[in-house]
Ligand binder design. Structure first.
Ligand SMILES: [Mn+2]
Length: 333
């Protein structure tokens, strides 16, 4: 973080007494880790801090985050003089809090997604960072606040989750250097890897069975699977349980683009998109007003049925691949 931005952020935080923190809907480790570490930082600065989320934590999240510290719903804007968001690229990702935050006078956004929408008064977005946790880590260091082993573990958890244990192609020198620093600060990397990879719920197991039953391979390079609300209910699962499903499909031979489509409401379907290096799924997500990173993006599709939504998605994905093949052909001529 450059000195000028830090100064601006610091001044705004200085003036605030009570700060509300928000992360995105369908929270992952990166946004929760960022929020908990930022809370720690602000408490060291003698601020009153309240974190907000949308839903209860899954088993593995409970293992690392104290759930009693977050509030679900009931955000009273009058009680706070500053709002900060972490890992949130656009206003719609703030779910039920979006309207209140949009109206709020003082807002700071810290994020690492490719910029799509500036909803905050002060925004610091660094797309070179593989996780938002790296931004929070920088911020705590700029404040010269001591990082405890617990906070190092929390930050490491977000970092290793957003890089998929340092194998996703967003992994870079900074991610690896940050990992080393966090390890040296006492971060429990075994615990972080356990919660990230080994603590899956039975709901997730049941959901994965349905997910694999529904997989379809299209044109030998697109893997897509769908989960309806009824199917999620039958597995006692929530959308969070399908985190990572899309990436998994990419590991199979020839697959360049993967999509895990989950039903959100009656006529609304969420797509979690992943792609191999060289393929840009944020372009496909953009066709449905979604976005994200080059190799990891998301969007929502309105359709009558999940099959219709799937068809809409495939049409755009196939179009994207055709155009890409054409471009590659032309440039090799
Ligand atoms: Mn993130």
């Amino acid at each position: 973080m450059d000195k000028k931005t830090f100064k601006k952020i610091k001044q705004t935080i200085n003036k605030a007494k009570s700060i509300a923190l928000f992360c995105h809907i369908d929270p992952d480790f990166d946004c929760l880790s960022s929020m908990y570490a930022l809370r720690y930082c602000l408490i060291q600065l003698n601020k009153n801090v309240q974190m907000f989320t949308h839903e209860k934590f899954s088993l593995n999240k409970k293992a690392i985050f104290d759930e009693s510290l977050v509030k679900i719903g009931e955000f009273d804007a009058n009680q706070f003089d500053l709002v900060m968001t972490v890992d949130v690229p656009s206003i719609d990702r703030l779910g039920i809090y979006a309207k209140d935050i949009e109206k709020f006078e003082k807002t700071i956004k810290l994020d690492h997604h490719q910029v799509r929408e500036e909803f905050a008064k002060i925004a610091y977005v660094n797309t070179e960072k593989s996780s938002c946790c790296e931004i929070i880590f920088d911020l705590i260091k700029l404040y010269k606040i001591k990082i405890t082993p617990e906070i190092a573990t929390i930050l490491y958890c977000g970092l290793s989750s957003d890089t998929n244990s340092f194998v996703n192609n967003n992994t870079n020198l900074n991610s690896l250097e940050t990992a080393l620093e966090l390890y040296k600060l006492g971060g429990d990397i075994i615990k972080a890897s356990d919660v990230n990879t080994k603590m899956k719920t039975m709901a997730e197991f049941k959901l994965k069975k349905i997910f694999y039953r529904n997989v379809e391979i299209v044109n030998k390079e697109i893997a897509i699977s769908t989960l309806t609300l009824a199917e999620m209910k039958s597995a006692d699962a929530i959308k969070q349980d399908s985190e990572g499903f899309s990436s998994e499909l990419l590991s199979f031979e020839g697959i360049n683009i993967s999509c895990c489509m989950t039903q959100k409401e009656e006529n609304l379907f969420s797509c979690s998109l992943r792609s191999m290096t060289g393929y840009d799924v944020s372009q496909i997500a953009g066709k449905f007003n979604g976005g994200g990173h080059i190799c990891a993006a998301g969007c929502k599709i309105k359709a009558k049925t999940i099959d219709d939504a799937k068809e809409k998605f495939l049409k755009e994905a196939i179009k994207y691949l055709k155009n890409k093949a054409k471009e590659t052909n032309e440039s090799s001529k």
